[in-house]
Design a protein around this ligand. Structure first.
Ligand code: SAM
Length: 263
């Protein structure tokens, strides 16, 4: 048995943790669940037993034959051999909403989260195992020192719930960091989905220089008068602004962009 570092492989081997994750996901027959990175099936088999059928996306071609061979004992598993970052979840969903689960490779966890946000309208919920620090950032409230771009981008479009911590000894090979399970439930608010590019523009600039005041950090993006008209103090720093404030700033940026667009 070996583990590939470049695919971020740390396999779950703690049955209690696996059972706890499955209880948190609460899979029910008829739901369309997609697992990212099934590995050797630690979470896949109990999920598949509860669901009867599901989909798994695995990049490591050496693991795919084993998954295909062992799956019939548990249910009907569709294994997609692919890089998750290239998978079109909207197409995969078809007419049915997706539930997404994954013990994500830590080296690509942020790009995977942003990729899934692009498909939020077809996603019912997501449960992920991630580095604990990443989960802290995702769920951080404004004013917290780890509140940042990831917190705002996710919380503007999803309910973010930190569920429980998982210790390094629950994996093989044992990672250097602690992990945690997080649940993301997309809000499915069409106005916020449409606003996502504008929000991204604003928060990229705001958090690029987090020690600067907003009026400085947003120079060339929004002027101080417009910032103030959004109910946000231009002399505040990005980490002090709640998600609702960033949404107002994004709306202001969008309406200026719309007014400047050629007719
Ligand atoms: N789910 C298994 C478990 O809990 O034991 C394995 C988890 S391991 C942390 C991450 C898994 O994601 C590995 O199986 C790895 O091969 C797979 N993986 C890594 N990068 C991937 C990518 N870009 N697309 C799809 N799967 C990937």
């Amino acid at each position: 048995m070996h583990a590939r570092k470049r695919f971020g492989q740390n396999f779950l081997r703690d049955q209690e943790v696996i059972d706890r994750i499955v209880r948190a996901v609460k899979p029910e027959p008829g739901q369309h669940l997609v697992e990212i990175g099934p590995g050797r099936g630690a979470m896949t088999w109990p999920l598949l037993q509860a669901l009867g059928q599901m989909t798994a996306i695995e990049i490591d071609r050496d693991l795919v034959p084993m998954l295909r061979e062992q799956s019939p004992a548990h249910g009907q598993l569709e294994v997609v051999e692919a890089d998750v970052l290239g998978v079109d979840f909207t197409e995969l969903a078809g007419a049915r909403m997706l539930r997404v689960v994954g013990n994500l490779p830590y080296n690509i966890s942020t790009p995977v989260l942003f990729h899934l946000l692009d498909h939020a309208p077809v996603i019912q919920d997501m449960h992920f195992m991630l580095q604990r620090e990443v989960v802290e950032r995702m769920a951080a409230p404004h004013g917290d020192k780890v509140y940042g771009r990831l917190s705002v981008a996710l919380q503007a479009r999803c309910k973010v719930e930190k569920l429980f911590r998982v210790m390094p000894g629950s994996f093989w090979p044992v990672p250097k960091v602690e992990s945690a399970i997080v649940r993301l439930t997309p809000l499915h608010d069409p106005e916020r989905e449409a606003l996502a590019p504008a929000l991204d523009r604003v928060i990229r600039a705001a958090f690029a220089q987090r020690r600067k005041t907003l009026s400085n950090a947003l120079q060339g993006v929004l002027d101080p008068v417009t910032i103030a008209s959004c109910g946000v103090r231009p002399d505040s720093r990005a980490e002090q602004v709640p998600v609702s404030g960033f949404l107002e700033l994004a709306r202001a940026w969008q309406s200026i962009a719309d007014s400047q667009a050629p007719a």
